[in-house]
Design a protein around this ligand. Structure first.
Ligand code: 4NP
Length: 155
């Protein structure tokens, strides 16, 4: 049975699709299943933002086949780990948790890189292209650490 990891942001079109693609590229497919979702419902069914698709492509990843969906309370049962991009996502996800076991599955993705500091991955949606490059670099660094930990723990 594979280990299931969910990446969560607000729209599921900018940050979490990048996080999904980046982490998936660092883990063996037969052992790990990675998905992403948004706490909001604005972009359900849409492809990732063109700027995220282009940023991923520049770095050798194709995320264009992803489709946005909304986070639901069922995701607490379906996934082993839930990584949120910012503190607002954290609050929105935790609000839907039924118990402490579900809450314990949730953490900020940058806590891998900056343990216990609760740093946000900034929302690049209303910004410029360099915001997407910065988000990519942050996610790549934090997913390097996360992938190593996951492989160690689940092999
Ligand atoms: P994301 O970025 O949460 O990284 O996907 C956003 C995309 C769209 C919106 C907000 C954030 N929006 O308000 O439409």
């Amino acid at each position: 049975m594979s280990v299931k990891i969910l990446m969560v942001c607000l729209g599921n079109i900018c940050r979490s699709p990048l996080a999904e693609g980046i982490l998936a590229s660092k883990l063996p497919r037969d052992k790990f299943y990675i998905d992403s979702a948004g706490t909001g419902n604005y972009h359900i069914g849409k492809q990732p933002d063109k700027r995220s698709i282009d940023t991923a492509l520049k770095n050798g990843l194709n995320i264009s086949n992803q489709k946005a969906r909304q986070f639901t309370s069922k995701d607490f049962d379906a996934f082993d780990y839930i990584f949120v991009m910012d503190n607002s996502n954290y609050d929105n996800v935790i609000e839907l948790a039924k118990n402490e076991e579900q809450k314990a599955k949730v953490d900020l993705i940058l806590n891998q890189l900056f343990p216990g500091e609760n740093v946000d991955v900034p929302d690049p949606y209303y910004g410029l292209q360099n915001g997407f490059d910065m988000v990519y670099q942050m996610l790549d660094e934090t997913c390097d650490i996360l992938a190593k930990k996951l492989i160690e723990k689940h092999s």
